[in-house]
Design a binder for this molecule. Structure first.
Ligand code: SF4
Length: 297
């Protein structure tokens, strides 16, 4: 397959066919993001997409799931997505699900009828960087949506029968607003009841505004203790009926996953045990390696 540049995908799409339909991200201005800084956004020509699907039909004809690349492929019009889905189903008849990254803005640009049509065409499992439920954090992170807008658009997805991953980032409120961030994010998650909750922790690499702000002190990062407190506070406030919590990202102080509500108490206990175990390091800042992995724990 002809994939251009660095390709990102959610960890649970490891077995999916990655199909490039756009380059870069149409937003490309989140404060913490270094994914596509030098990639001007563009839509891939349909003949190239079709050629890639035909190649996939020869190489991996039994694939059941496709993940559309790059940063927010759901920005494509409903007509174009339906056209791509049609080619996929004709050439790769075993495909059941076509997933992709999506933003709140991408959802808002589609009508309810279009969302239903897309769902009927097998488009499901959107991966959505909501990040926080706190407007102050969303504004600083330059996400392009408010918490109310996220709630409204995510409920529209559910109304259309679509499942999605709600991606949240612990630490978005920094050392000054971690309590408010935990509470507002839990409230938003409770309001929309996502199928999947993907939890990571804020970290910054050279090349983004957050990195500069952390170095200058304009953004005060959470300590290891505050990150544990935020995670516990979020977990305690979550009131979910049937959501898988996927928090195994290396940036998390306590990587964990489990089904909610069944494993909620065990997960809270795991955070408390970690706090006890790391009591010497609670006031330290995480020292991070690749993908935000924490080295001083
Ligand atoms: S929407 Fe995603 S890919 Fe685009 S700038 Fe924000 S974090 Fe980066």
């Amino acid at each position: 397959m002809n994939l251009t540049g660095i390709v990102y995908r959610p960890p649970y799409e490891a077995n999916s066919l990655l199909l490039q339909v756009t380059l870069g991200c149409s937003h490309n201005k989140c404060t913490f993001c270094t994914m596509y800084p030098d990639v001007p956004f563009r839509v891939c020509p349909m003949d190239q997409v079709e050629a890639d699907i035909e190649e996939a039909a020869c190489v991996c004809p039994d694939v059941t799931r496709v993940f559309l690349e790059h940063g927010d492929a759901f920005v494509l019009s409903a007509d174009r997505l339906l056209q791509i889905a049609d080619i996929i189903h004709r050439k790769l008849p075993r495909v059941e699900t076509i997933a992709m990254y999506a933003s709140i803005k991408n959802i808002r640009a589609k009508t309810d009828e279009e969302l239903r049509q897309l769902r009927s065409a097998g488009i499901n499992g959107l991966d959505i960087g909501v990040e926080s439920g706190l407007d102050a954090a969303l504004s600083y992170m330059n996400k392009g949506h408010t918490a109310d807008e996220a709630r409204e658009q995510l409920l529209r997805l559910t109304g259309a029968g679509m499942e999605y991953s709600f991606n949240a980032i612990l630490g978005c409120g920094g050392a000054d607003l971690w309590r408010e961030d935990a509470d507002a994010t839990a409230d938003l998650i409770n309001a929309v009841q996502p199928h999947l909750l993907f939890i990571g922790t804020l970290h910054a690499e050279p090349g983004c505004r957050l990195y500069q702000d952390m170095r200058s002190g304009a953004f005060r990062e959470c300590t290891i203790g505050q990150l544990l407190d935020e995670q516990e506070r979020l977990l305690c406030r979550l009131d979910l009926k049937d959501t898988y919590y996927f928090g195994s990202h290396p940036s998390n102080v306590v990587p964990m996953q489990g089904r909610l509500p069944e494993q909620k108490q065990a997960m809270i206990e795991a955070v408390r045990e970690t706090r006890e175990q790391y009591r010497m390091y609670l006031d330290e800042y995480p020292v991070r390696g690749g993908e935000g992995s924490i080295l001083n724990r």
